[in-house]
Design a protein around this ligand. Structure first.
Ligand SMILES: O=C(O)c1cc(=O)[nH]c(=O)n1[C@@H]1O[C@H](COP(=O)(O)O)[C@@H](O)[C@H]1O
Length: 271
């Protein structure tokens, strides 16, 4: 998917919502546990209920990897289902990878080819040779952690380097020099909305993946005020707030309602 196509989807559907698939067998309705693949059964129902209100899905691979081979199979089924039925939705594998060059290439093949996602979250701290292999795939995106939503983000990411620029700003500035930097997106936590003005000075054009609304308490309004750019430039993720809106038989319907509520709020911000 090109960024122009992504922007067109956002504008035509009036939403820049990304639904996070953080599927936990301990939280899904009991009746699904009788299914041959309960994780996929849950995801499929959530996807069918929320697709009109979002432009992206973010399966967090930890929630699949935790179940070993069965989890990987569920991830693959989920991605195949999305590609076949909802090809206009961006699929972001949230795996937070990144390693020396030849290893990064294998991760890229795993998540861009073998399990064909459109984007992959990456920890940038091993530097240029660990990130550029992900940027060799046309139509695919590396989503680098810039300023994360969790409290520990302040341990390192906001520290000044050698008394100068803060580390997260250095990550943004330096990675914009990488080859195929137009295939980069960045993660910024919704809980860090007050930093978005500084972030936009360094990456005015880039798409930002913003997790942390809903369960983590970030404000959609503040994120839009400080983070939106002329191509919208935002994908706002909510996982638990949508997929566990109900843990009963009406779970999919309630997930759809939550997604519709967010879509309505986003639509207002776009107009
Ligand atoms: O890369 C991410 O997606 C991510 C980065 C970050 O800074 N904070 C963050 O919460 N996430 C992910 O975004 C999702 C947030 O889930 P909820 O808090 O349930 O909406 C989880 O899958 C997290 O792993």
């Amino acid at each position: 998917m090109t960024l122009d196509q992504l922007e067109n989807q956002i504008r035509s559907k009036g939403t820049f919502l990304c639904v996070g698939l953080d599927t936990d067998l301990e939280k899904i309705p009991g009746h699904l546990l009788q299914q041959p693949d309960p994780i996929f059964a849950f995801n499929k129902a959530i996807i069918d209920a929320t697709a009109p209100y979002c432009v992206a899905y973010k399966p967090n691979t930890a929630f699949f990897e935790a179940y070993g081979v069965k989890g990987w199979e569920a991830l693959e089924r989920t991605v195949v289902y999305l590609n076949q039925n909802y090809p206009d939705h961006l699929i972001i594998a949230d795996a937070k990878r990144g390693d020396i060059g030849n290893t990064s290439t294998r991760y890229a093949k795993a998540f861009f080819e073998e399990i064909p996602c459109d984007a992959l979250t990456i920890a940038p701290y091993m530097g240029r040779d660990s990130v550029e292999p992900f940027l060799e795939f046309e139509g695919k995106y590396a989503v680098l952690l810039a300023l994360t939503s969790n409290p520990g983000a302040f341990d390192f990411q906001t520290l000044p380097i050698a008394g100068q620029q803060q580390l997260y700003l250095e990550v943004l500035e330096k990675t914009q020099q990488y080859k195929n930097a137009d295939r980069l997106m960045y993660v910024v936590g919704a809980t860090k909305a007050e930093f978005l003005t500084d972030i936009r000075k360094v990456v005015p054009e880039a798409f930002l993946l913003i997790p942390g609304v809903g369960a983590q308490g970030g404000s959609l309004e503040e994120v839009c005020r400080y983070g939106m750019n002329k191509r919208v430039g935002l994908l706002i993720n909510s996982s638990r707030g949508i997929i566990y809106a109900s843990q009963g038989a009406d779970f999919a319907q309630r997930a759809g309602q939550e997604a519709a509520t967010l879509q309505a709020q986003m639509n207002k911000m776009l107009n």
